[in-house]
Design a protein around this ligand. Sequence first.
Ligand SMILES: *[C@@H]1O[C@H](CO)[C@@H](O)[C@H](O)[C@H]1NC(C)=O
Ligand SMILES: *[C@@H]1O[C@H](CO)[C@@H](O)[C@H](O)[C@H]1NC(C)=O
Ligand SMILES: *[C@@H]1O[C@H](CO)[C@@H](O)[C@H](O)[C@H]1NC(C)=O
Length: 284
Amino acid sequence: MAERVFLLGWVLLLLLLLSSVSARSGDPGAQYIYGGCSNVKYSSNSSYKRNLENALTSMVNSATFQPYNNVTVESSNPQEVVYGLYQCRGDIAMPDCAACVQEAVSQFSWLCPDQNCGGVIQMEGCFVKYDNDSFLSKQDKQVVMRKCGPTDGYDDQVKSTRDGVLAGLLNSGQLYRASASENIQSVAQCTGDLNPSQCQDCLTEAIRKVKQECFMAAYGDMFLGKCYVRYTINMVHAPSGKAHSMFSSNEKTFAIIAGLLAGIVLLIIFLMFLKKIFIGEKGK
Ligand SMILES: *[C@@H]1O[C@H](CO)[C@@H](O)[C@H](O)[C@H]1NC(C)=O
Ligand SMILES: *[C@@H]1O[C@H](CO)[C@@H](O)[C@H](O)[C@H]1NC(C)=O
Ligand SMILES: *[C@@H]1O[C@H](CO)[C@@H](O)[C@H](O)[C@H]1NC(C)=O
């Protein structure tokens, strides 16, 4: 009897390990890039907390079927209205968008635990922001995060190709854009509340800044309030969805192999168990 209980515990443990492996494999894009909260705080007796929870929940739900949406949770007190938006990167699949927004929202509990009225998170695959000050449709070209790779000398040819690739980002009217040439890749993303000319204006500024601040670095990431531009030379640092889906398929392969191995182990345990019962009954 004790042996059976022991065996059952073991099987449950295996199943638990397996499910955690497969859960991990399902979220490409859920990698944190930056985040922050406003210093403005709401008081503990206000209805802001509940309004905020509603806003976050409705964004998580919406992300299962739309790559962008905004929410406004109304309140009789104008200071307690919550505005929010999320934007998934244009090249990720809807299930990944939903997983990313859900992960981003869950990070707010440690990022902004202190009754902050506003919060923002950028993950690899999505951006989520909320505040009681309406920011929807408003341009925001402030540098929020920038990162430049190492500079490995200066090459006129490489620089002009890189600049051409970045300029190519301005040739599309989309929220998500990709441009590449030879060994240089770049991507850009605006939030969906910007109109096409605001998006163009934001990206023009991000390109100017990334060229100025990262000069000839092997990669450059320039995140402004409402848009970003990222480039990489020789895939030193992967800004595009491609490398990520590679990563996630590696993880999936790992999950499948782990699953197969665990299946075999379970089968062996089961056979041993049968054998034991069988021999046990014969022995009587
Ligand atoms: C919260 O409580 C304080 C003090 O009790 C009061 O002055 C304030 O008006 C209250 N705020 C709200 C939103 O009810
Ligand atoms: C946001 O809430 C804070 C705290 O209640 C308040 O001081 C501030 O004025 C509000 N902002 C807006 C734009 O209503
Ligand atoms: C906000 O969302 C509503 C409904 O989804 C949409 O009609 C509106 O255009 C959006 N506003 C912005 C600024 O994106």
